[in-house]
Write a protein that binds this ligand. Structure first.
Ligand code: C2E
Ligand code: CA
Ligand code: CA
Length: 724
């Protein structure tokens, strides 16, 4: 109800008994009130120009016109003051209020006397006047300032909205519990939704649906609650389609004026690319480029993690050193590309054998290391290793051929063998060498004995280097005789008498020399002495004496073995025709083309080739036939016991007849008694070597034997200084 109406009616209805002076007084108070209001009270007709019947003093401040200028439209009408664009709207609203007999409120513009535009708020009510016609009573106030403020707010809101809508970063508001209150289109896009609304509805539980790592949301929440904000909070999250991405979040708590919690608010950035790049760098630093396996650096990490875990849980941890057998031959003969391919295939197979928690690392070359975690029994480790050996042994197709590779595995166990990473690795390495010694393609566990042997080996290696420098290796010669006991040749055998360790047999130092590469200088030293002795024994006029020397299969890995041996023979002035090269069949085992070429070249230069230790290995007939061998040496183990055992005799007989049928000269070694000699001679052996004839002796002793006619008499077996 309008103010005027109220004052009017109040007087009439509620105070009928008041005196007129009181009535006037109240009218004056009201008048003062009305005229001092910031705004204009009015009564106007419901007509085309809103003809003012009454306006209060505030009219002047509001419009610039005095009340008398406005009442009865003396100077201007209210319709004229109303801003033309707003007239229709205002009239429609008031007409409607009149029709329904309701109050109304309208904001519109007026033009003041000075031509200023002001925003006004008109609140009014239609009432019937004394004549019963409808008039409007009400109050009009200046709201230009509020209006400007609201507009500014609206503009600001619009601007923020625009930032929110168009930002390239995802923006969100969530509850503490992890429900979205708001999300912008960028966030929806980031997470793979078409609209923010879709995201808000679908991602109802952020903690469980968004983060890949369980507990990540909880970590976020904890930081928010303790610090009020998080900075660069990086997490991996699931997108709508299930794919993963990396994000970085910056967020803070929004609080109301009283400090009450309103929401979490923050931004989300897609950092997948940076993460990817970081990961790539990390991978490069921690992984082997060829196979993608962890490298030595990462192996160290994994091993210490594994050890901490094993210690905590009381499990075994196994470190397994793996070395591929004869890898170098593949690399040398089929080329590096084939070698690379083989390594990649092996690493795939190794990975496939292991569980997620285990590690397979490549140390370089053909060396791999496994770290096996969480084993409660050694037996499960063993079955795993059997599976590994089996998998590695499956044929691999390389350069169009199918190839089988073996591997030697050495195992060290935590806590049994050692407690720290470095010694576990060292012990596994030692055990791996033991596996190689035991004929390859097997696994060996580290033992204290192995450790002692390994230490001794290290010690011997150092001593051997010294001995080579000091030229401390000697050569003894063991004669070979024909069936009439005439000395036809000798075998040169390396001897080493260490000043403090005493005599060390070749069975001990040759394998170490082969592993350490010392075999090359050692062979040179032995060959020099042997060739020089051969030269002295084959002076012009003397009966010819063949010099047999042993060449390790290892030496055939280098291409210049032929020119090297040839050079030594020339240096000593001895013809290759007087030299027999004893090799073992491991030379053929890898079918290395290089080794076969070397054998042909030796043959071409006039050297004789002897297969040593015949009958102990694989003795495949195919290479006996196809390679240019001259001699086969029946191994000592076949000779031992032939005079007593039916079966032994049978094998020896078969070996001899095989050699004969291939037209090779057959030499029996390790002949220790007359019965053996007689048996072998009957079977058609060509030459005999063994303690029955002579132990290996010094050059001087052998020279004496030769000077005595070169026939070793039957009864007088020369004792000689036993050299083994
Ligand atoms: P091998 O080539 O089979 O040499 C024959 C071995 O049998 C020699 O042992 C010799 O002393 C021994 N022997 C000879 N007659 C008899 C016998 O009647 N009874 C018994 N029980 N043994 C007999 P040694 O000198 O200890 O050499 C052992 C192995 O060391 C050799 O076996 C050979 O493989 C290797 N070796 C020795 N010297 C050299 C060398 O200069 N270079 C290379 N690469 N290997 C060598
Ligand atoms: Ca030999
Ligand atoms: Ca032998």
């Amino acid at each position: 109800m309008s103010l005027l109406a109220l004052s009017d009616r109040a007087e009439r209805a509620r105070t009928p008994s008041l005196l007129s002076s009181e009535v006037l007084d109240r009218a004056r108070v009201l008048d003062t009130l009305v005229n001092n209001l910031d705004g204009m009270a009015f009564r106007c007709g419901h007509d085309a120009t809103w003809t003012m019947i009454f306006v209060s003093e505030g009219c002047t401040a509001l419009t610039g016109y005095t009340p008398s200028e406005l009442v009865a439209s003396a100077r201007t009408s209210w319709e004229a003051l109303t801003y033309p664009d707003d007239r229709a709207r205002v009239r429609a609203a008031i007409d409607e209020a009149v029709r329904c007999g309701r109050r109304f409120a309208q904001q519109y513009r007026i033009t003041t006397r000075d031509g200023d535009i002001k925003w006004v708020l008109e609140r009014g009510v239609p009432v019937a006047d004394e004549q019963g016609s409808t008039v409007i009573e009400g109050f009009i106030e200046n709201v230009t300032e509020q209006r400007a403020m609201i507009e500014a707010l609206e503009q600001a809101e619009l601007r923020y909205r625009s930032i929110f809508e168009h930002a390239s970063e995802g923006i969100f508001q969530t509850t503490r519990e992890g429900h979205y209150l708001a999300a912008n289109p960028a966030l929806a896009r980031l997470y793979g939704y078409t609209t923010p609304q879709e995201l808000i509805t679908d991602l109802s539980d952020i903690g469980r649906r968004l983060y890949v790592l369980p507990g990540r949301r909880e970590a976020f929440r904890r930081m928010m609650e303790t610090h009020g904000s998080v900075r660069n909070f990086e997490s991996e999250v699931y997108r709508n389609d299930g794919s993963r991405m990396w994000i970085s979040e910056n967020a803070h708590i929004v609080r109301g004026a009283q400090g009450e919690f309103i929401c979490y608010e923050g931004t989300v950035q897609d950092i997948s690319e940076r993460k990817h790049y970081q990961e790539q760098l990390e991978r490069q630093a921690n992984h082997d480029l060829l196979t993608g396996l962890p490298n030595r650096v990462l192996l160290g990490d994994r091993l210490s993690q594994g050890l901490a875990r094993a210690q905590r849980l009381g499990y075994y941890l196994a470190v397994v050193f793996i070395d591929l057998d004869h890898f170098k031959f593949v690399n040398d003969s089929l080329g590096h590309a084939a070698g690379d391919h083989l390594l990649q295939e092996v690493s795939r197979r190794l990975s496939a054998c292991l569980r997620q928690s285990d590690t397979v690392a490549r140390l370089g070359g053909d060396e791999f290391v496994l770290v096996l975690n969480d084993h409660y029994h050694v037996s499960t480790i063993i079955s795993l290793l059997e599976r590994v050996l089996h998998q590695i042994h499956q044929p691999i197709s390389l350069c169009g051929r199918s190839l089988q590779v073996g591997a030697s595995l050495g195992v060290a166990l935590y806590p049994d063998d050692s407690e720290d990473a470095a010694s576990l690795l060292r012990h596994a390495d030692i055990a791996m060498y033991a596996a190689k010694d035991r004929g390859r393609h097997n696994f060996q566990f580290f033992t204290r004995d192995l450790n002692r042997m390994a230490e001794e080996r290290l010690h011997l290696e150092a001593a051997m280097r010294e001995a080579l420098e000091g030229d401390d290796f000697d050569v003894h010669y063991q004669p070979k005789v024909d069936h009439r006991r005439r000395i036809v040749g000798v075998e040169a055998l390396a001897r080493w008498h260490h000043p403090t360790l005493g005599p060390i047999g070749p069975d001990r130092f040759i394998p170490i020399a082969e592993e350490t590469g010392l075999i090359a200088p050692l062979t040179t030293a032995i060959l020099r002495q042997a060739f020089a002795a051969a030269r002295r024994w084959n002076a012009p006029g003397e009966p010819q004496l063949k010099m047999a020397v042993n060449l390790s299969a290892r030496l055939f890995m280098s291409a210049d073995i032929v020119s090297h041996v040839l050079g030594l023979a020339r240096e000593a002035g001895i013809a290759p025709q007087l030299i027999e090269l004893e090799i073992t069949e491991t030379v053929f085992l890898d079918h290395s083309q290089g080794a076969i070429d070397s054998l042909r070249a030796f043959k071409h230069h006039g050297f004789s080739l002897a297969m040593d230790d015949f009958g102990t290995g694989y003795s495949s007939l195919s290479y006996l036939r196809s390679f240019p061998l001259d001699i086969i040496k029946i191994d000592r183990s076949l000779v031992t016991g032939i005079e007593r055992e039916e079966e032994g005799a049978l094998i020896a007989r078969a070996a001899i007849s095989l050699g004969q049928s291939l037209r090779k000269r057959v030499v029996a070694e390790g002949v220790e008694n007359q019965a053996q000699f007689d048996f072998l001679r009957c079977q058609g052996c060509d030459e005999f070597q063994g303690y029955l004839i002579s132990r290996p002796v010094t050059e001087a002793v052998l020279s004496e034997m030769l000077a005595g006619g070169g026939v070793v008499p039957r009864a007088t077996q020369p004792p000689g200084p036993p050299s083994r």
